[in-house]
Design a protein around this ligand. Structure first.
Ligand SMILES: Cc1ncc(COP(=O)(O)O)c(C=O)c1O
Length: 397
């Protein structure tokens, strides 16, 4: 571990808005699932830039695709047609429930757009009080004013109030609570099929089916936020496939371009037919460079053998984590390569010990460590993780 005397850390302290708490080392390069700091120390990366770097670091094919895309058009704006955007839209629609796509630059922007789409559908129905949105306990939908309103965490919300009004928070995985919350004033219900930041909680099929039925009953849109759990993370291309329950809108982002910023709103023709020129837009979203890269990443991740590998290594990870015999572990849960271990204690010292032992780990709330590695992680990487984590937990308990 290097010290806070490193010039990069000093410069960061002097010039960067202090909105992030960072460990005292400077990452310099990566290869596969490994990251290396400026002192040459190696770390097994179980975070992947928070469920982003699906193909790991330095993937030779991805690098080639990026280089080729960089030699072409970088940006044209959405005023003009370019091939990569429409080809990516076609690929995403062919591989999902959706008929149409709208591209953004991030997950929170995709959710902001989804809020607007839902409002527009409700507006066109003529019902002027159909403006409310239902979200769920422990949800995380982003940091901008609309998506923040759907992220019911006091610490994140309180200093920024007033937020978007008309939001009701129901209990996740609780059908009675959802039934009480959703009514004719509801224009949309936002749910993560597997909650990420909230602590890695999969939604039950019954819960998603009940949300689908309630949305149909009250003419509300069912919006899946697959920003963290989508694009192969859970071992199927979309997390909702495990339930078979389809949404009206799905937002995706994080791994879509293998580490570069992009998001998307996928939706049905029934919803998209309400969106006309002027209703929504973005300067950068869906530009030719980023969509060329995303097209490649989606093709690669949606290969059956790629997804099979995610399921197999994910299952192995879950089994091996279950085997750790520590009084500090309260639960192991998740799906595919989106696994959470709940501890009986604050996980900050475990993450800190991880750095000392060559593991990059991240929390999801105070008591959960979530494992969201590059999707190319292998069983022998899992073995190293479990071996080191076992020692760390023995030391701490
Ligand atoms: C489920 C979910 N939705 C939305 C977001 C926000 O995405 P972004 O940070 O790209 O704005 C995140 C980010 O962690 C997320 O996990």
């Amino acid at each position: 571990m290097i010290t806070t005397q490193h010039p990069v850390i000093q410069l960061e302290n002097e010039y960067v808005v202090q909105s992030y708490k960072r460990p005292p080392f400077v990452l310099e390069r990566g290869e596969g699932v490994m990251l290396y700091d400026t002192e040459g120390r190696a770390y097994y990366d179980w975070v992947a830039g928070i469920a982003v770097n699906a193909l790991g670091y330095g993937d030779p094919e991805l690098t080639q695709v990026i280089q080729a895309a960089a030699a072409g058009l970088l940006h044209t704006s959405n005023l003009y047609y370019t091939a990569p955007q429409v080809e990516l839209a076609a690929a995403l629609c062919e591989k999902s429930f959706a008929d149409r796509a709208f591209f953004t630059n991030s997950g929170t922007e995709a959710n902001e757009g989804a809020i607007k789409f839902a409002r527009k559908v409700a507006y066109d129905s003529g019902s002027r009080n159909k403006t409310e949105i239902v979200c769920f306990s422990h949800a995380f939908h982003g940091r901008t004013m609309g998506s923040l309103a759907l992220t019911p965490k006091e610490k994140y919300q309180t200093p920024f109030k007033p937020l978007l009004p008309g939001v009701t928070v129901a209990e996740y995985n609780d059908i009675a609570s959802a039934t009480a919350a959703i009514n004719d004033k509801t224009c949309a219900v936002f749910v993560e099929p597997v909650q990420g930041e909230g602590g890695i909680y999969p939604a039950s099929t019954e819960f998603l089916q009940a949300l689908r039925d309630l949305c149909d009953q009250h003419q509300a849109l069912l919006v899946y936020d697959e920003v963290q759990c989508g694009v192969g993370r859970t071992g199927t291309l979309w997390a909702y496939e495990a339930s078979g329950v389809k949404p009206d809108i799905m937002t995706i982002a994080k791994p879509l371009a293998g580490g570069m910023p992009i998001g998307a709103i996928l939706t049905t023709e029934a919803v998209a037919s309400h969106i006309h020129p002027g209703d929504h837009g973005t300067t950068f979203g869906g530009g030719p460079f980023i969509t060329s890269v995303a097209k490649y990443v989606v093709e690669r991740i949606s290969q059956p053998q790629f997804l099979e590998q995610v399921r197999e290594v994910g299952g192995y990870l879950m089994d091996r984590l279950h085997e750790i015999n520590s009084p500090l572990i309260a639960d192991v849960r998740g799906r595919g390569l989106m696994v959470g271990v709940e501890f009986t204690v604050d996980v900050a010292p475990i993450i800190e010990a991880g750095y000392q032992n060559g593991l990059i780990l991240v929390n999801a709330g105070q008591n959960v460590i979530r494992f969201v590695p590059p999707l190319v992680v292998q069983k022998d990487h899992v073995d190293v993780l479990v071996e080191r984590l076992t020692v760390i937990l023995a030391d701490l308990s």
